[in-house]
Design a protein around this ligand. Structure first.
Ligand SMILES: Cc1cc2nc3c(=O)[nH]c(=O)nc-3n(C[C@H](O)[C@H](O)[C@H](O)COP(=O)(O)OP(=O)(O)OC[C@H]3O[C@@H](n4cnc5c(N)ncnc54)[C@H](O)[C@@H]3O)c2cc1C
Length: 396
């Protein structure tokens, strides 16, 4: 048989790009991941090499200096990077979402101002919806931007859980602008905030307090963001028209969900590979544990889950690339891949016996990475809401 998680029908360019990223993950990312993760160190050198490879501009139109590749190509690259180390894929994930939102919804001036610098990685993107009191219930956002006397917006409030909040230099932030609409989500607007990287009061009225301590997903920064009378021009409203922010963000997280599914696929693949290697060399009761049926069956289940998750992720990416609505497909892929990733890492951990609990073994890190995928870009419960709405709409 061929190896798991192959993708039929790729162009030669796609195969070349994905092959190069896989080679990069094997040669550069995997050997460095354990130490960087355990010391919670930002992977600066790896990120530099990713910029040199053009990965920051992978999906950006060539008109703006990018490579102009599809969501599928991007997702398959993310799968390879996450197989190496999830944090590395996390660096480009928020960047990719911001680039997508500006490409799809930005004004011509915003595209010209930001996309060329996003394509080279001179600017790196983060996006911010969540607040201390809300994550799933996006429409309940309270961070407020009011129009000042000279037309600028004055922002007050607090944001939470920004992936790359400190290291990024362009943040797409969802705020409440009170458009007078009856439905709460029509009163939300996305602002594009260019800022210096770093922590503390990075601009007058805009503070990034510091890194949040996390269970896993270490190395990259996750932060709060505090606005206290922060002023920004109305020309930084994404698309130029206030009140459309919710739609912009939902479009962003829809591609983000395919990307989270891809990360889950990458982590599950790595957990599977590690389990097989270990099961073939560890012996109990006179034979390799892979020859005990309980372990062999576990490997069969893990491989089936790796394959199923990959196929659903590819299907969701292709649907989006075709221009079709893909909320249900992306929701299904994200839901299934993240749940399977959790199960596969757990199974691989069990196969490793006591060594799975040792920090010397990679599976320990994967075990701490997998749970985030159940939460980020909408929890499994929220995916089930999206999926069930779609199914009930379609079936009588
Ligand atoms: C490491 C990390 C990085 C993150 N990065 C970002 C980022 O870059 N940008 C950003 O904006 N956000 C980010 N987030 C936030 C993330 O998107 C939210 O944590 C997530 O959406 C869940 O929101 P919550 O934590 O407020 O949980 P809640 O919304 O409070 O949910 C709590 C529980 O209730 C369940 N629940 C909620 N509503 C329903 C419902 N209607 N029906 C059934 N069950 C429900 C949820 O499934 C969950 O189990 C990040 C979070 C983490 C942990």
């Amino acid at each position: 048989m061929t190896r798991l998680a192959q993708t039929a029908g790729l162009t030669e360019t796609q195969r070349d790009i994905i092959g190069a990223v896989r080679e990069f993950a094997d040669r550069v990312v995997i050997p460095a991941a354990q130490e960087l993760e355990h010391t919670d160190t930002y992977p600066a050198e790896i990120v530099k090499q990713m910029k040199d490879m053009g990965l920051f501009g992978l999906t950006i139109d060539p008109e703006y200096g990018g490579i102009g590749e599809s969501l599928l190509t991007y997702a398959l690259c993310v799968e390879e990077l996450a197989r190496g180390w999830m944090s590395v894929s996390g660096v480009i994930n928020t960047h990719f979402i911001v680039a997508h939102m500006i490409s799809a919804h930005g004004t011509p001036e915003q595209k010209a101002k930001y996309l060329p610098r996003l394509a080279t990685g001179e600017l790196t993107g983060a996006f911010s919806m969540s607040e201390p009191a809300l994550g799933s219930d996006v429409a309940a956002i309270t961070t407020r931007a009011r129009r000042g006397e000279s037309g600028e917006y004055v922002v007050n409030g607090q944001k939470m859980w920004l992936t790359n909040g400190g290291s990024s230099t362009l943040v797409a932030v969802l705020v409440k602008t009170d458009e007078g609409a009856e439905k709460a989500h029509n009163n939300l607007t996305t602002l594009l905030i260019e800022k210096p990287a770093g922590f503390g009061e990075v601009l007058p009225g805009l503070t990034i307090p510091g890194k949040l301590e996390k269970m896993g997903y270490k190395g990259i920064d996750t932060t709060e963001m505090i606005f206290d009378g922060f002023e920004i021009g109305a020309d930084e409203v994404l698309g130029g028209t206030p009140g459309l922010g919710f739609r912009h963000m939902m479009d962003g997280v829809e591609v983000g969900r395919v990307n989270v599914a891809a990360r889950a696929c990458g982590i599950a693949q790595r957990a599977f590979e590690l389990a097989v290697t270990y099961a073939k060399q560890r012996e109990t009761f006179g034979k390799p544990i892979a020859e005990h049926q309980a372990i062999a069956f576990r490997i069969a289940e893990m491989g089936t889950k790796v394959e199923a998750a990959h196929l659903m992720m590819v299907n969701a990416a292709r649907l989006k690339d075709s221009g079709e609505r893909n909320d249900v497909a992306a929701g299904m892929a994200k839901y299934l891949a993240s749940e399977f990733c959790s199960e596969v890492t757990q199974d691989s951990f069990r196969i490793h016996g006591g060594y799975g609990y040792s920090k010397e073994y990679e599976i320990e890190r994967l075990m701490r990475e997998a749970p985030f995928l159940l939460i980020g870009e909408g929890t499994s419960d929220i995916q089930k809401q999206i999926i069930s709405k779609g199914l009930l709409r379609t079936y009588n």
